[in-house]
Design a binder for this molecule. Structure first.
Ligand code: GRF
Length: 211
């Protein structure tokens, strides 16, 4: 079984979906950069070791990432689950092809923050979420799986976020399971192929709207 750590910054609902999602990974620890992250308490309640590496206590990114690397130790897989810090290229390279992130948009649309607000402002009809390998360029690594959800008339940012979050909780454990099984292969063109999977694997569409 591959060992993994989950990095969080907040409530940790994606972390919960990973812990409960039978990924086949041995979740060794949950690490937060914020001492007040709600997800820490939940993890402790589950008997999962937790650690805080508070970014505010470090003079810069390099020293923070060095402490974070110490906390991660020799874990084979790193799962970013609502982890809101930009990591240094050195840290990222160390976990190349072993670190996943979940992003609340259909990348490459809407990288960065406030994705739901920006999707509503752009008037898109389809929104969603993406699990991707982490590379030094923000929200730009090879895409493992995406789920699309409709944007409905009258949607607020919160309503849309809740619909996307539900999809996040479905796709992240799936992506982690494939990684655990060693089935994720990078294609020369930059995409990710899931070995021994049917065509279309990695694309989740919510049921079509009634007409
Ligand atoms: C999720 O929408 C995630 O995609 C984004 O931040 C949110 C974190 O939520 N990066 P949670 O902490 O996993 O509940």
């Amino acid at each position: 079984m591959k060992s993994a750590v989950i990095l969080i910054s907040g409530r940790g609902s994606n972390m919960r979906s990973l812990v409960d999602g039978r990924t086949g990974l041995d979740i060794r620890a949950v690490i937060s950069n914020r001492p007040e992250a709600g997800g820490l308490e939940w993890a402790r309640g589950r008997g999962i070791p937790t650690a805080v590496v508070d970014h505010q206590r470090f003079p810069g990114r390099e020293s923070f990432d060095a402490a974070l690397a110490d906390a991660v130790g020799d874990a084979e897989v790193v799962l970013l689950a609502g982890f809101m810090r930009i990591l240094t290229p050195g840290f990222i390279r160390r976990f190349e092809r072993r670190m996943l992130n979940i992003h609340p948009s259909l990348l490459p649309s809407f990288p960065g923050l406030h994705t739901h607000r920006r999707a509503l402002e752009a008037g898109v009809k389809v929104h969603g979420c993406t699990v991707h390998f982490v590379t030094p360029e923000l929200d730009n690594g090879p895409i493992v799986i995406q789920a699309a959800v409709p944007v409905l008339a009258g949607d607020t940012e919160d309503a849309l976020a809740a619909r996307v979050l539900e999809a996040e909780h479905r796709i992240y454990p799936q992506a982690a399971r494939w990684l655990a099984q060693g089935r994720l292969e990078l294609s020369p063109t930059g995409g990710v192929h899931v070995r021994d999977a049917a065509p279309g694997t990695g694309c989740l569409l919510s049921p079509p709207e009634e007409r």
